[in-house]
Write a protein that binds this ligand. Structure first.
Ligand code: F6P
Length: 353
């Protein structure tokens, strides 16, 4: 009897359960059993998990989160990590492993691949920043959640003639901020790929105020860099990623804008009442049920990963390219980041006014 393992690592993401279901279903067709490791690489290091049945995965593509749990445990942080994984796979009789994750989780999968461990990667991240795939599931759901939030913030900002600074996830790239901001008519979107100075930001708020548009919605991706600002130590996770929520980006920007506007003598006496509010969307963007696109993309990627297992075609990452789901190069996927390009950002900038 052939057997494989599966795990979900890193930040959870709507669509993970669809992938698990696809892998289990496709493997079951070929008589392959699937062991679901609990809590990502943490479970794979300690042999913690359970055998997944068709009954258990029935209909789970509708659910957010992941039925096998996730963590940010880094196998490579311990020199014995890779050999421990190998021992666990051997002890359970697993011929290989399907790792569903973003750049960190797939970075580990890629390192294990180079050590001759059979792995298949499935790209996952709401940030949409993995290359070799047009989209990562979770991004569409997260962008829609952010868009709906910004739609709501528009009306309250307008009612109070306020500036609202909305912080979206996106530690290296601004895909969610730009997608949601453009869709919901934000007046400015700030993303890591295109750093700006404070002067560029405040001049837009002033311009709007002076022409009678007294409210402003600014969407900022958490990894945005304010040119000239001091870099503060905010701590890192097990993979060395900065803990960006600790940076209080939205709050700091919001405070700076409020202070500048209230003390600007050229804006007239009304400006002393100008207020600014920060809103951090945070993990709301990752929670809840996946949208149709993510359910279907997750399902297709899961089935493809299952197909690669059935064929013993290890060492690849499954990906969406155009309308097709294919096996792609894992090395490129984890070493080259997919960023928002200048053309897209400049097109969106037409509406930054
Ligand atoms: O990896 C995706 C992501 O959602 C990032 O956008 C964000 O910075 C990070 O996860 C937050 O991670 P955690 O859930 O560990 O706080």
């Amino acid at each position: 009897m052939r057997k494989i393992g599966i795990l979900t690592g890193g930040g959870d993401c709507p669509g993970l359960n669809a992938v698990i279901r696809g892998v289990v279903e496709k493997c079951a067709q070929a008589g392959i059993e699937v062991f679901g490791f609990h809590d990502g690489w943490r479970g794979a290091l300690t042999a913690r998990g359970h055998w997944l049945t068709l009954d258990e995965v029935e209909g789970i593509q509708t659910l957010g989160g992941t039925i096998i749990g996730s963590s940010r445990t880094n196998v490579m942080a311990d020199p014995n990590g890779p050999s421990t994984i190998k021992d666990v796979l051997d002890a359970l009789g697993l011929e290989g492993l399907v790792a569903i994750g973003g750049d960190d989780t797939l970075g580990v999968a890629n390192a294990l691949r180079k050590l001759d461990i059979n792995v298949i990667g499935v790209p996952k991240t709401i940030d949409n920043d993995l290359s070799c795939t047009d989209y990562t599931f979770g991004f569409e759901t997260a962008s829609n959640i952010a868009m709906e939030a910004i739609d709501r913030l528009q009306t309250t900002a307008k009612a109070h003639s306020r500036c609202i600074v909305v912080e979206c996830m996106g530690r290296h790239t601004g895909w969610i901020a730009l997608q949601a901001g453009l869709a919901a008519n934000a007046h400015l979107v700030l993303i890591p790929e295109f750093p700006k100075t404070y002067d560029e930001i405040i001049s837009l708020v002033r311009r709007r105020f002076l022409r009678g548009d007294r409210y402003t919605i600014i969407v900022v991706a958490e990894g945005f860099e304010l040119l000239g600002a001091e870099d503060i130590d905010i701590g890192t996770d097990a993979f060395g990623n900065k803990l960006l929520l600790h940076k209080n980006l939205a709050r700091n920007l919001s405070d700076m804008i409020e202070r500048s506007m209230q003390s600007d003598p050229l804006l007239g006496s009304d400006a002393q009442y100008f207020e600014c509010r920060p809103v951090v969307l945070g993990h709301v963007q990752r929670g809840g049920a996946p949208c149709a696109f993510d359910r279907v993309l997750g399902t297709r990627l899961g089935i493809k990963a299952g197909e690669l297992v059935v064929n013993g075609d290890y060492g690849k990452m499954v990906a969406q390219v155009g309308t097709k789901v294919v096996g792609a190069d894992m090395e490129t996927a984890v070493t080259v980041r997919k960023e928002v390009d200048r053309e897209f950002y400049e097109a969106a900038s037409l509406y930054f006014k």
